[in-house]
Design a protein around this ligand. Structure first.
Ligand code: SAH
Length: 388
């Protein structure tokens, strides 16, 4: 059987350099090919005209640029666009574009001028194995990891759509906050982040690439030895007994261990950078003044910003969760601010098309049967998760 062709999409520059070295070519070929793929948006090796005809012929036999197919985007009235990205195994994950005309808060703006962002929220897995109680993705069950090409391909496709519309800014920020737990698909996510930050590819600054995790402690530590991209941690509760219910992974990696890993990660970031703590506010569950006080206490002395996300409802919810009233949300945020905790409120966007935080479902062929069991209100034990 013929060996499968190498997919050059999503290959970090160093890997592409070794690929060329193996066929007796100089490393600068990697630079040329990267420019074609990401700047030129070229997928046809024959169109790479600064590469000799004979080398192109050889390349076509052993390599290709395979981009995941995107379905036509669904656009929400607030400008959010959601696409389905199809995997090679007949499933689909969701990718969400959040255009924003607001001022930057990430410190990366020159002269404090308002900076328009095109933030892309990308998926890293087909479904999710973690099954957080308030998230729609977990209810779909889990099928597996995306490849680095399928991860980078989401940014490539969205960038092309923007270019087609004449939006010259392209993708300015990427958040790994779509479907899946990025740190349980470690190497492909790391490779993808590398390509996103590479000047020959997307050239996005490390401050504007954010990996979000539910708190896979050993992988946060591993991440620190490989990269200093921005990190977000889905905290959602200030005490273990509550977090155990909302984020079942907490039974394996409790809050104190997660925060220790954050301290470790912060050592690799510059003094002015911090970790974002995501906190989904659920009415009567984790939004009391006592919760805010405990949260402020927990985060004292840690360089963090809290990002409050009002709960977004989804059809499969069996817990009867609700979004708190604006007054309760305000009270929670004010308590944190008064305690000296930098706190932002994430405005709900894209919810009319099911594109808001926690609403992403895609098309997952569930291998864990969780969806069926969940609907029958059974618990799935943590041991069914596949942790590398
Ligand atoms: N597994 C990673 C990446 C997913 S991020 C992680 O947990 O960080 C998805 C973000 O949306 C998380 O902060 C998550 O807590 C939040 N979220 C999930 N479900 C939500 C819902 N129903 N309403 C609001 N936010 C939600």
């Amino acid at each position: 059987m013929a060996e499968e062709k190498a997919n050059l999409l999503g290959m970090p520059r160093a890997a592409l350099g070794s690929f060329f070295a193996k066929i007796g070519e100089k490393p600068y070929r990697a630079d040329q090919v990267m420019r074609w793929i990401y700047r030129g948006k070229v997928t046809d090796i024959d169109a790479m005209t600064n590469i000799s005809r004979s080398l192109r012929g050889h390349l076509k036999e052993i390599a290709e640029i395979r981009v995941p197919a995107f379905s036509a985007g669904t656009r929400s009235s607030d400008g959010v666009v959601k696409w389905l990205a199809h995997t090679e195994h007949g499933q689909a994950v969701e990718t969400v574009l959040i255009p924003d005309a607001g001022a930057a808060y990430d410190g990366a703006t020159e002269g404090g001028a308002p900076h328009r962002r095109n933030t892309l929220c990308i998926s890293s897995q087909v479904g999710c194995a973690l099954d957080c109680s308030f998230c729609a993705t977990g209810k779909q069950g889990f099928n597996g990891n995306l490849t680095r090409a399928e991860i980078v391909g989401q940014v490539w496709q969205a960038g092309r759509e923007l270019a087609d519309r004449g939006d010259e800014r392209g993708i300015t920020n990427v958040v790994f906050m779509g479907m899946g737990e990025p740190l349980l698909n470690f190497q492909p996510v790391l490779d993808a982040a590398d390509v996103l930050m590479d000047d020959l590819a997307f050239g996005i600054s490390k401050r504007r690439v954010t990996i979000s995790t539910a708190g896979v402690v050993p992988r946060i530590r591993d991440l620190a030895s490989h990269t200093d991209v921005s990190l977000a941690v889905s905290l959602h509760a200030p005490r273990d007994e509550l977090r155990n219910v909302l984020v079942p992974l907490n039974r394996k990696y409790p809050i104190a261990e997660v925060l220790d890993a954050c301290r470790h990660y912060l050592r690799g970031l510059g003094e002015r950078r911090s970790i974002t703590m995501e906190y989904t506010l659920i009415d009567g569950v984790n939004d009391s003044v006592v919760d805010a006080r405990d949260l402020a206490h927990l985060l004292t002395g840690l360089r963090t910003k809290v990002n409050l996300i009002p709960f977004n409802p989804f059809p499969e919810d069996r817990n009867g969760y609700r979004r708190p009233s604006p007054a309760r949300i305000d009270r929670f945020q004010t308590s944190l601010l008064n305690a000296g905790v930098a706190t932002m409120l994430r405005t709900t966007r894209g919810d009319e098309i099911g594109a808001a935080c926690g609403q992403l479902t895609g098309t997952v062929h569930d291998r864990t049967q969780r969806r069926t069991r969940y609907l029958a209100r059974e618990r799935v034990s943590l041991e069914t998760r596949s942790v590398p």
